[in-house]
Ligand binder design. Structure first.
Ligand code: ADP
Length: 365
């Protein structure tokens, strides 16, 4: 007997998304099931174009459909599996009032316990990396005290533009970005009292015409200050990424950043270890700061580890030149950034789906 739609759905019910822990049918990921005799075409919608589990899911589907064909007594003909992606939206409501950015599916803050650990570098590369996978990405420079996105993204010669009272984001390297650095004199010291910092961040976040985005990455100022508080009250965050270098002193600062997000009720999506080690021209790896330190910290704090980036002279150069896409010209570096993006994307999918499947509980005292 030839395979029927029911057979194919039954087979797909046995295939789980490894990150989400549920089967493809329950997750609503099966978009089309076509069959002609025992030639089959399946369209599967992933929860992110940067899904790290695509190959595993493909293999599992292949096996499940083949087994079903054997059960029905007719060998499988051609099997075509097409993947599409639709990033799932996480939380829809801000803590107070409605969602001020309803077209943005996921908002991710990138923080660090202190400056200079590569928080802006990681934010910029995550944004550009996720866009390379095909996602619609925005990058908000929330570091209103020391905005570095103009340099990292090469915005110097691009004029600012507005429509009505909305700022138009800069569209560069496949992403949309906004920074205070393009709105004020670059040499002016940026000193903000608490309420002014609140106002500046709010304007940048809400008066930018982001349009529809899968991911909005927010590069926070270092440390644990006003902007993080404003952000967590203003925006419905999917979660936060904490960037850390491996040394013990950096870990202590990163711990404080993790605690800050916990206090603000922002889930931690993961820890990134930057400047993990140094790769010399001879290809030899030098363990300058105690590679693995941030990973250990993440483990000890029960937080996910998203991966690491070594110190790379070319990465620094591309940051200074505002040419982030050139990082992918160096295969090992491109692979490291892609892996970070994929792990982050899967954590975001888990967070978004988790919220969908969490049953509200009623506590009766
Ligand atoms: P933060 O945002 O934490 O203050 P930045 O992202 O501005 O830090 O990075 C500080 C400096 O270190 C920048 O010049 C950047 O180019 C450089 N840098 C960051 N990460 C790396 C790395 N992995 N390899 C080489 N240079 C790096």
């Amino acid at each position: 007997m030839a395979l029927t739609s029911k057979h194919l759905h039954d087979a797909l019910r046995t295939v789980k998304d490894p990150d989400l822990g549920k089967d493809l049918v329950t997750l609503g990921m099966v978009k089309d099931v076509l069959h002609d005799g025992n030639d089959v075409k399946l369209v599967i919608e992933l929860t992110t174009p940067a899904c790290p589990m695509k190959d595993k899911i493909r293999g599992d589907i292949d096996q499940a459909v083949r087994e079903k064909a054997v059960e029905t007594g007719e060998p499988l003909g051609r099997l075509e599996i097409e993947f599409t992606a639709d990033v799932r939206k996480a939380n829809d409501k801000a803590r107070e009032g409605g969602n001020p950015l309803p077209l943005v599916k996921n908002i991710i803050a990138v923080g660090a316990g202190k400056g200079g650990v590569g928080k802006s570098t990681v934010s910029a590369n995550l944004a550009v990396g996720l866009a390379r996978f095909g996602a619609k990405v925005g990058l908000l420079d929330g570091d209103i005290y020391g905005p570095s996105i103009p340099t990292l993204m090469g915005l110097d010669d691009i004029p600012t533009a507005a429509r009505g009272n909305m700022l138009l984001p800069f569209e560069v390297h496949g992403i949309k970005t906004m920074t205070l650095g393009k709105l004020v004199d670059p040499d002016k010291a940026l000193i903000w009292r608490g309420p002014m910092a609140h106002g500046a961040f709010k304007q940048l976040a809400l008066q930018t015409d982001w349009g529809a985005l899968d991911y909005l990455i927010i590069d926070l100022p270092p440390g644990t200050g006003d902007v993080a508080l404003t952000m967590s009250q203003l925006l419905p965050l999917t979660g936060a990424v904490v960037v850390c270098t491996p040394q013990r002193v950096a870990q202590d600062d990163a711990r404080r950043a993790v605690r800050m997000f916990e206090q603000l009720g922002v889930p931690i999506l993961g820890v990134v270890e930057n400047m993990s080690y140094f790769v010399g021209d001879d290809g030899k790896e030098y363990d300058l700061f105690g590679r693995g330190g941030a990973e250990l910290m993440a483990q000890q704090m029960g937080q996910p580890f998203l991966g690491s980036m070594p110190i790379h002279m070319a990465l620094r150069r591309h940051c200074d030149e505002g040419t982030p896409l050139r990082n992918w010209e160096i295969p090992a570096l491109g692979r490291d950034i892609d892996a970070l993006c994929q792990r982050l994307a899967s954590q975001i999918s888990v967070a978004a789906m988790g919220q969908r499947y969490v049953q509200p509980t009623l506590s009766v005292r």
